[in-house]
Design a protein around this ligand. Structure first.
Ligand SMILES: [Zn+2]
Ligand SMILES: [Zn+2]
Length: 244
């Protein structure tokens, strides 16, 4: 399966990553990546940008070096009712929103708390996916999370960096994939690159997709057309949710 869309990348704007958007785009173009989401950390992460960063993303062109740049964010989930640290007036300007737990922005709690926090964040109309949901520090009830993602048309991210930096996440990621396959829930691929060389790096993730024999129609990272179709779908569903 060819994976050419990366929905989780960082730039200098995150404070602890080391490449510019331009460096990321050049590297992506050279690797044959067709699109990536620029998803810098939300403001409650130490050293991250202020909300103005997300407010002003409109100045970025749609394509750079032939690569589609999706304007996004990695919002921090800041409590177990699923609150995120980017307000609606900024969220509505974004094309793709990852939400995630980090132990430097929220104290780990119980499995029940993590599960509720993740599910409530997924129910936020602007959130597209939860980043690194397999992190064992924030263990969740995987079955429950995948079912809610499916119900709300959301994606499950499989995060390639997790295999390196989050010990013990492999079996959780496997279970996420198996449950997504079982319930027909779509997944997205995130490199979580903090330096340009890691953009589109999906080596371990690819092995897992093969191991699970993941149906290609459930993986949205396989073409530009597929991600564009998803972005259109999310726009329509946000509109419908707001009318309710
Ligand atoms: Zn980071
Ligand atoms: Zn990240």
């Amino acid at each position: 399966m060819k994976l050419v869309v990366d929905t989780h990348t960082h730039t200098l704007a995150s404070g602890h990553s080391y490449s510019t958007l331009q460096e990321n785009a050049i590297e992506a173009g050279q690797k044959g990546i067709e699109a990536f989401a620029m998803t810098d950390h939300g403001p409650s992460m130490q050293g991250a940008s202020t909300l103005l960063h997300f407010w002003n993303l409109k100045v970025i062109p749609e394509f750079m070096y032939g690569v589609r740049i999706i304007k996004g964010a990695e919002a921090n989930i800041t409590d177990y009712s699923g609150t995120i640290d980017i307000p609606e007036e900024c969220l509505l300007r974004l094309e793709f929103v990852n939400a995630s737990f980090h132990d430097i922005t929220i104290e780990p709690g119980t499995v029940e708390e993590h599960t509720n926090g993740m599910i409530n964040a997924l129910k936020n109309p602007y959130v597209d996916t939860i980043s690194h949901p397999g992190n064992p520090v924030f263990q969740v009830d995987i079955d429950k999370v995948v079912k809610v993602a499916g119900e709300y048309g959301k994606l499950i991210e499989i995060n390639n960096s997790s295999f390196k930096v989050r010990k013990g996440c492999d079996s959780n990621c496997m279970e996420f994939l198996e449950k997504c396959k079982k319930y027909g829930v779509r997944i997205t691929c995130g490199s979580d690159a903090h330096i340009c060389y890691d953009i589109g790096r999906f080596d371990k993730l690819k092995e897992m997709l093969t191991e699970v024999d993941m149906p290609e129609e459930l993986v949205i990272s396989t073409s530009l057309e597929k991600i564009e179709a998803y972005l259109k779908e999310r726009k329509a569903s946000r509109k419908a949710m707001k009318k309710e």
